[in-house]
Design a protein around this ligand. Structure first.
Ligand code: PLP
Length: 355
């Protein structure tokens, strides 16, 4: 498919102070759009000026939330090239999300080609300062103008881009986590393993209540027994217990993070004893009590590695590694960000150059 390109006649003024960018509030001049129509397939791929997408008030996505999304970044290297980190994994996951949400699948190679083209058009929007990036948000929405409950016959695939500031201002500060015992995020058989807005909607109330108590995220437990650790906020989670590194196994209610996958692969390569298995809160508390809980951290595209300094569970507070970032967390952060921003060699074939 040929991608039609229509360039804007009114380019925006780019933010001058990149350190003040924050996250997700500034968008570039262009976006990528493509439509699906039953009987016709995905068609009309185009790069057009960024702007509102007209939709009928009965548009299906507004009512029944048939939608999915992805999250990734483009990084500017020291020699001024722009690159992506494992984007094929994102498009593979997008198609997995399609399957669960009954959305017609897309050609992953074409999506990558289209993304590279869009980033190339917007390359001047990729910020320059250390630890800044261009956040990439592909998404699909059901666009039929009808209220019937069934999979839509028309969809819109879109990609928008947002220059983002450094995630950490002043070092990797450990966060305080509240172990959530009242609400659940997802259940096996539900949609916890796909990137869909409904999971986020379900999680907001827990996030609100935790932050009222001074905690920045919640640690989600499994939705059935409320016993096993699943994720932290919208990140995967790892614990260093004695000489073992544990992350919850992907049992169906956990989102398979690409950062998680990369961390597991790196740790194995470095010779660590890393296991994907069930981990109960009880085991975690016992490990903390015996001094075996050495480090804990979340993983995700936005933060890369987010150290956990404190866990609160049923009123009991556990401090981890003296509320400081641990050596394994720091090493992972340095290596992953090193590869992403091109400061370290890409020995895994994880990098895709845009321009
Ligand atoms: C996106 C996401 C993650 C992290 O995935 P990455 O590919 O590492 O960014 C983890 N948990 C949830 C719920 C997510 O939506």
């Amino acid at each position: 498919m040929d991608i039609r390109i229509e360039l804007t006649k009114n380019p925006k003024v780019k933010p001058t102070d990149e350190s003040k960018l924050g996250f997700g509030g500034v968008f570039t001049d262009h976006m990528f759009l493509m439509n699906y129509t039953e009987g016709k397939g995905w068609h009309d791929p185009r790069i057009v000026p960024y702007g509102p997408i007209p939709m009928d008030p009965s548009c299906m996505v507004f009512h029944y939330a048939q939608e999915i999304f992805e999250g990734m970044k483009a990084y500017r290297t020291q020699d001024d090239t722009i690159q992506l980190f494992r984007p094929q994994e994102n498009f593979k996951r997008l198609n997995n999300s399609c399957e669960r949400m009954v959305i017609p699948k897309l050609d992953e190679d074409f999506l990558l080609e289209a993304l590279k083209k869009l980033v190339e058009v917007e390359k001047d929007w990729v910020p320059h300062q250390k630890d800044t990036s261009l956040y990439i948000r592909p998404f699909i929405i059901a666009s039929d103008a009808v209220l019937g409950v069934h999979p839509a016959k028309t969809y819109i695939y879109a990609v928008i881009l947002s220059p983002s500031g450094p995630y950490y201002k002043g070092g990797l500060n450990p966060v305080k986590i509240y172990v959530e015992t009242k609400y659940v995020r997802a259940v096996r058989g539900g949609m916890g393993m796909v990137k869909t807005g409904g999971n986020y909607a379900a999680s907001l109330i827990a996030q609100e209540e935790a932050s009222r108590e001074g905690y920045s995220q919640v640690l989600w437990l499994d939705g059935v027994e409320r016993k096993y650790v699943e994720e932290v906020g919208a990140m995967n989670v790892f614990f260093v217990i004695g000489d073992e590194i544990v992350t919850p196994a992907l049992t169906g209610s956990i989102l398979p993070g690409i950062t998680r996958k990369s961390v597991v692969e790196m740790l194995k390569e470095w010779g660590y004893n890393v296991n994907e298995r069930r981990l109960s809160v009880e085991e975690l508390e016992a490990a903390a009590a015996s001094g075996q809980l050495k480090e804990a951290f979340g993983t995700g595209t936005a933060a890369v590695i987010s150290p956990i300094g404190e866990l609160k569970c049923n009123g009991k507070v556990t401090v981890i590694n003296n509320n400081e970032i641990g050596p394994i967390s720091q090493k992972l952060y340095d290596h992953l960000t090193g590869i992403q921003w091109g400061r370290l060699p890409d020995t895994h074939g994880w990098i895709v150059k845009c321009c």
